[in-house]
Design a protein around this ligand. Structure first.
Ligand SMILES: Cc1ncc(COP(=O)(O)O)c(C=O)c1O
Length: 390
């Protein structure tokens, strides 16, 4: 595609740091850039500790392990999300409990979750258990989607009320703020992704961030094969080979030192789209919740077929013909073949957004001329579809 959805922008110190890393010979999972990157990323989200790993999914896996989630438990997560948190829950043998999105913000519907816990779970020794199956509710893993923030004030009080560990999947929303606190700073720990399409990228990478020293130490231990001696190959439990390499961390350092600049660029792109598309019938921009300063990672619209003239997939195809990449949202996870047998709370909001939403090109390096092309292509599609329908 001539105009990609979300391409990395590498015009800062990226090349210099990677060359420094190559020159040092420290390209693998030890080296100064890894530590530096952990410090920079943890500080950016107001946390004391960062454990750099190979991707966001492995950070989620470790987070669930260190939060004490065990096989047979249930873990709450968002129905409207990329599949990674649901997969991570399954890696530890637990079952996802998918909660629908709320229409006002597209984030996890906290009120419906609370209602569900009250109706279907009861307090017994050792926690909250599902009345029918006896399964333990072991943790909450809400996702901040598309650069926005879940409702962390309400989630934090819900987690306190039911004494549940709260894990934040902040993979898509680094750089956003909720009521004056950075996304990534909520709960027991949070997980970040530095995949190629993310605001800050290492090529591939992830991080678990926390203020809990012991939790971070255990996550680091598990990420390095649970080796107990620097020389001897002795391991005290089943560990993982999840560490980030110095080469990837070098890229990450150069990216994260530009965090403010990258976020400012994303916000400018989003506000330009918002203004330019406001008068088009049947198109709505993703809603913003009061108190949240979104990082605007991926600018997303909904398409109403009757008012706009065609649906989101027809618009996707029309944009693709013009060399413009756009993408739908994720199939709701409770409807996914991979996770279909899990429990879910609601789901119609996520299903509706799956049908109607479309993410538009939002690369940091998107030029004004390119963005104008996207806007023109959307307008032309509306005009053509309108004519066809008449
Ligand atoms: C919400 C969410 N969680 C987790 C991940 C997993 O990150 P990674 O691709 O780095 O494994 C992603 C995206 O990639 C994501 O969007």
């Amino acid at each position: 595609m001539r105009i990609p959805l979300s391409a990395p922008e590498l015009s800062g110190n990226e090349r210099r740091y990677v060359e420094e890393c190559l020159a040092s010979g420290w390209v693998s999972s030890a080296g100064a850039f890894v530590e530096r990157f952990e410090g920079l990323a943890a500080a950016a989200v107001g946390r004391r500790y960062g454990v750099a790993v190979m991707n966001g999914t492995s950070a989620l896996h470790l987070a669930l392990l260190v939060a004490g989630v065990a096989a047979g438990d249930e873990v709450v997560t968002s129905a409207l999300s990329f599949v990674a948190p649901a997969n991570a829950i399954r890696y530890v043998g637990a079952r996802p409990l998918f909660v629908d999105a709320e229409p006002e913000s597209w984030q996890l519907d906290v009120a419906r979750l609370e209602e569900h816990i009250e109706q279907h779970f009861e307090r017994r020794e050792g926690g909250w258990f599902r009345r029918t199956s006896g399964r333990r509710l072991a943790a909450l893993l809400p996702v901040d989607i598309l650069g926005m923030a879940a409702d962390w004030q309400r989630l934090t009080s819900l987690a306190a009320k039911y004494e549940l560990p709260l894990i934040e999947d902040a993979s898509e929303s680094l750089g956003a703020w909720d009521r004056g606190a950075p996304v990534g700073s909520f709960g027991l720990c949070a997980c970040l992704s530095f995949n190629g399409n993310k605001l800050v990228t290492c090529g591939g990478g992830g991080m678990l961030v926390s203020d809990d020293e012991e939790l971070a130490r255990r996550a680091r231990h598990l990420s390095t094969t649970a080796k107990v001696d620097p020389i001897e190959y002795r391991h005290d439990e089943v560990g993982y080979n999840y560490r980030l390499t110095n080469l990837q961390a070098a890229l990450g350092c150069a990216q994260i030192e530009r965090l403010e600049e990258l976020v400012a660029r994303k916000r400018a792109i989003a506000s330009r789209y918002r203004a330019a598309l406001a008068d088009l019938p049947g198109l709505e921009s993703m809603p913003q919740r009061d108190g949240v300063e979104s990082s605007c990672w991926l600018f997303t619209i909904t398409v109403d077929v009757d008012a706009f003239g065609c649906d989101s997939r027809a618009l996707l195809r029309a944009l693709a013909r013009a060399g413009i990449e756009s993408r739908p949202l994720w199939q709701p996870l409770h409807a996914s073949d991979a996770h279909r047998d899990s429990d879910s709370v609601g789901g119609s909001v996520a299903a509706d957004l799956y049908a109607r939403a479309l993410c538009l090109p939002s690369s940091v390096g998107l030029t004004t001329a390119e963005q104008d092309e996207v806007i023109d292509a959307i307008r032309q599609t509306h005009e053509r579809c309108g004519v066809t329908r008449r």
